[in-house]
Design a protein around this ligand. Structure first.
Ligand code: 13P
Ligand code: SF4
Length: 311
């Protein structure tokens, strides 16, 4: 039987105080988890915030690579992820051995990796980016710098298009963001002609051309808050609608539909593996905790710190 939500929330608060823990949540987490978190943010904000935290325990309510990033930046802390099966199709698309061969095939290239990668891939990387700072970081290199960008071909193509670069792209994609249907967004625009279209750069180019704004989850949220528009079609994972609706209760947010509207695939199944029960359990058990081979963590730390310095 499902446990009483109110009781679970009380238990989480109590355990959090006992453990001297801080709860961080990504905008794609289910609403109850976002509501109980001490910090919510996009992947860049969570990485920055992790560095500022004094508490000895961080619960990272997000996916595995986000927990790894926090652990790499704070190796002395216990970093818990409520469900360790919370992976990421982008990170999964880029196995470290294959990425090392890709790098070897492109000698003389600087390696830029999206934060949605494993620690082992970050250890092969010169500088990490998130969707919130990719442009700035790519533009910090000379125009003729030869660059490999992995693993998201859509974010890479977007950055190439706005910077005039010709970065060599790894052929990976997010299974959620690739699903949005151009035809259905065009239909929605007919139904809501005043609506602004908010698009995450992991979406395909054909969806990006429909956008009024393209950006990380934090950028899309900021745009929605500051825009005088009342209606927004949102082409990113549906969890962000929770914070958008909270921040702008008088505005209407319409989730962009995926091609197959029966699949619910604008939900990231990995992100949604975390539940209040699992959050309570990980605080109670101090497990599952992120563990990283110290040699890999040490090498992976440099490109993340470089990202934080540049952005
Ligand atoms: P943000 O960098 O916008 O938080 O996105 C992370 C992510 O996993 C997008 O799918
Ligand atoms: Fe990874 Fe896509 Fe889920 Fe983001 S939405 S965590 S990129 S699978």
């Amino acid at each position: 039987m499902k446990e009483d939500k109110k009781q679970l929330i009380e238990e989480i608060k109590k355990l959090k105080a006992e453990r001297n823990a801080v709860i961080m949540a990504h905008y794609y987490q289910q609403g109850d988890i976002q509501d109980i978190a001490d910090y919510i943010g996009d992947s860049l904000a969570l990485a920055r915030q992790a560095q500022e935290i004094d508490a000895p325990v961080i619960v990272l309510c997000g996916v595995h690579f986000m927990g790894e990033t926090a652990k790499i930046l704070c190796p002395e802390k216990t970093v818990l992820v409520p469900d360790m099966n919370a992976g990421c199709s982008l990170a999964d698309s880029c196995e470290a051995g294959a990425f090392a061969r890709f790098i070897a095939d492109h000698p003389g290239h600087t390696v830029i990796s999206y934060v949605n990668t494993t620690a082992a891939v970050k250890a092969l990387t010169d500088v990490v980016v998130t969707s919130g700072n990719a442009r700035k970081i790519v533009e910090s290199f000379p125009k003729d710098e030869k660059i490999i960008f992995g693993p998201d071909r859509n974010l890479g193509a977007y950055i190439n298009s706005i910077t005039g670069r010709e970065m060599v792209l790894w052929n990976g994609a997010c299974h959620v963001h690739e699903q949005f249907s151009v035809e259905k967004i065009v239909e929605l625009k007919k139904q809501y002609p005043e609506a602004k279209v908010l698009v995450h750069p992991e979406c395909k180019g054909a969806v990006r051309v429909l956008a009024d704004v393209i950006g990380s989850t934090a950028v899309l949220l900021k745009y929605a808050i500051e825009s005088p528009s009342r209606q927004f079609i949102v082409a990113t994972e549906s969890g962000i609608l929770h914070e958008m609706t909270k921040k702008c209760p008088d505005k209407q947010f319409i989730p962009a539909p995926p091609a197959d509207s029966t699949c619910g695939c604008n939900d990231c199944n990995f992100m949604k593996l975390n539940t209040l029960e699992k959050l309570r359990n990980c605080l109670r058990d101090l497990s599952p905790a992120i563990e990283i081979d110290p040699a890999i963590a040490e090498r992976a730390r440099l490109p993340i710190e470089r990202m934080l310095q540049i952005s």
